[in-house]
Design a protein around this ligand. Structure first.
Ligand SMILES: [Zn+2]
Ligand SMILES: [Zn+2]
Length: 422
């Protein structure tokens, strides 16, 4: 803990957010981040003079809703984010993107941009030991390319959570705690894959522990007497799939790992883009140095779950320097752009309802809300690109070729049905 205090003080000294003495690097970063922030929006970014006197826009890159083990619905989470001054939020529920459409819809009401995300539960194996590793994936608004493959991968992990939950309950039963599986699933809610927090809440509700923390320290911590693994994929496999589907892969909370150096080294080889190094108590030097060694992005977020209580880090409380945000977007934007191309190409090759729904998945209302109904793939693509990409990103021969080819694909009704034109 003394170490953390030192880091916090260090951070205070270094931080100059909101002060006047801004370097050229910082003002360039402000400009590029705010240009991205206002993409596709009717209002324009603040002028550079005004921007340079502003604080770095608040990005919250790690948050959970009740679509996994958070307590708030995506809409309530966004309301809270708005209240806390967040401008960009990534919803990163465990092993599911089910909350993203609601988050995008609510984000629109509050003027918050959403980065569709997910936190994938994986298992890292090294000679003689295994440990759970969480990998964050960040996608563009179009979502993952090859959505069905990615969703299948997540569904397998979620199914494994049911098996794991049952195992935890039966281990508790063996410890003479008569917890019922039904209580866990009721607390998790319909269609929500149960996690450790749901088991912990059932323990609290049944009066078997004093609080949630106690449930973890006594029974549910990694390797604890009631701990169980599910069917998590290998960490490298998850990183590779994120890369393959047009996402940015970031190692979550490396400070909770036993052997973070091996994890970072091996995952970098698999394609890892970044690592969390910022927390609400500042930058953790040891991880920041590792990020430098392995040329990884330095990111971070609150990992907010809406549990409440004094141990919880507040939503939007992690201060990411604007230069870190710029570095993130510089890496992410070309990747997201390629994912859009891949998704459009898949639709062109097979113009089916399901391939269309992959384009519309997260931003359906906005794309279809235009003044006129869409009549062909070219219009669809123009509308999507004008919302998602800057003009220089759209300006490529590949997009132009795709546009022309897509003009032969007709969309017969408001995006619900498609036929191939002559
Ligand atoms: Zn995590
Ligand atoms: Zn998390």
């Amino acid at each position: 803990m003394a170490n953390e205090k030192k880091k916090r003080n260090k951070k205070k000294k270094r931080s100059n957010g909101g002060k006047k003495n801004i370097t050229t690097d910082q003002s360039d970063a402000y400009k590029s981040v705010s240009d991205w922030l206002f993409l596709g929006s009717s209002s324009s970014p603040p002028s550079l003079d005004a921007a340079s006197s502003l604080r770095s826009p608040v990005f919250e890159l790690h948050s959970h809703s009740n679509r996994s083990d958070g307590f708030l619905s995506p809409s309530k989470l966004l309301e809270k984010a708005h209240h806390n001054g967040v401008k960009v939020l990534s919803l990163t529920d465990h092993d599911t993107m089910a909350g993203i459409p609601e988050a995008i819809e609510a984000g629109r009401r509050f003027g918050i941009k959403i980065i569709p995300g997910v936190e994938i539960s994986t298992l890292f194996s090294s000679s003689g030991y295994e440990e759970p590793v969480h990998i964050l994936a960040y996608y563009g608004t179009c979502g993952p390319a090859m959505y069905d493959k990615f969703e299948g991968f997540l569904a397998k992990i979620r199914d494994g959570r049911f098996v794991r939950g049952r195992n935890m309950v039966s281990k508790l039963n063996k410890l003479k705690i008569p917890l019922k599986w039904e209580d866990v699933t009721r607390i998790a809610g319909e269609d929500v894959a149960p996690g450790r927090v749901h088991v912990a809440r059932a323990l609290l509700e049944g009066g078997y522990v004093e609080n949630l923390r106690h449930a973890f320290t006594k029974y549910l911590h990694d390797g604890g007497p009631a701990y169980s693994t599910g069917s998590e994929p290998a960490s490298e496999e998850a990183v590779k799939l994120i890369c393959e589907t047009g996402g940015v892969a970031v190692l979550a909370h490396p400070w909770s790992l036993k052997d973070h150096v091996s994890v970072i080294r091996r995952l970098k080889d698999a394609g890892l883009h970044g690592v969390e190094v910022y927390r609400s108590d500042g930058k953790l030097e040891v991880f920041s140095e590792l990020a430098d060694t392995y040329s990884l992005l330095k990111l971070g977020g609150s990992d907010y779950h809406g549990k409440g209580g004094r141990y919880e880090t507040e939503l939007g409380s992690v201060n990411l320097p604007v230069t870190a945000l710029q570095a993130f977007l510089n890496v992410a934007r070309p990747i997201w752009c390629e994912a859009i191309k891949a998704t459009m190409r898949t639709f062109l090759n097979q113009p089916s309802d399901s391939n269309l729904s992959n384009i519309l998945r997260f931003d359906r209302l906005r794309i279809l809300k235009g003044n006129s109904a869409l009549s062909c793939g070219m219009e669809l693509m123009d509308r999507c690109l004008s919302i998602w990409l800057a003009s220089d990103e759209r300006d490529s021969d590949e997009f132009e070729a795709l546009r022309l080819e897509l003009s032969s694909v007709s969309i017969t009704t408001n995006g619900s049905c498609v036929t191939v034109g002559p």
